[in-house]
Design a protein around this ligand. Structure first.
Ligand code: ZN
Ligand code: ZN
Ligand code: ZN
Length: 156
């Protein structure tokens, strides 16, 4: 983890001229950076561990809050793993979209799903719901992981 070339960031000078409206602003920025550096979906605990290595002094509760804030702003994706854990990811696509996630290696593909959009809207309408939202993510094994698994089985 030492060859982080290209990461050279001016240490945020305490800007006395700049009144900070929210105390959590720099912390949220730091969490956002850590999220961007992470590959695939990560939990708050994982990010917190990363930030602790860097001695940022950011607490787990703050990480949770920052992630929820980023997700609310649409700057991070959030989803629940099959184990029920909340996972987050810095999102590459700005608008509403879905994900294909490899259960084994965490590879994530952002996908559009027009069928799902239509089905969700229609279903909500049929039940008299408006302003409906949905989260649909597909978990599975990516090609290479599935192949590796088959290879293991053949070797037995
Ligand atoms: Zn996404
Ligand atoms: Zn995979
Ligand atoms: Zn959708």
């Amino acid at each position: 983890m030492s060859d982080r070339s290209g990461v050279q960031r001016a240490t945020a000078a305490p800007a006395s001229a700049n009144p900070v409206p929210q105390r959590t602003t720099w912390q949220r920025e730091r969490v956002r950076e850590a999220l961007t550096d992470a590959r695939g979906f990560v939990s708050a605990q994982t990010l917190h561990a990363t930030l602790r290595e860097e001695n940022t002094g950011i607490g787990l509760a703050t990480v949770y809050r920052a992630l929820a804030g980023l997700a609310a702003l649409g700057e991070a994706d959030s989803l629940q793993s099959p184990e029920g854990e909340n996972l987050y990811r810095a999102c590459e696509s700005p608008g509403h979209h879905h994900h294909l996630i490899c259960r084994s290696c965490g590879l994530t593909v952002e996908i559009e799903a027009n069928d799902v959009e239509q089905w969700a809207r229609r279903t909500a309408e049929q039940h008299g719901f408006t302003d409906a939202q949905h989260v649909v993510d597909i978990f599975g094994l990516c090609g290479p992981c599935a192949q590796a698994r088959t290879g293991e089985r053949d070797a037995d």
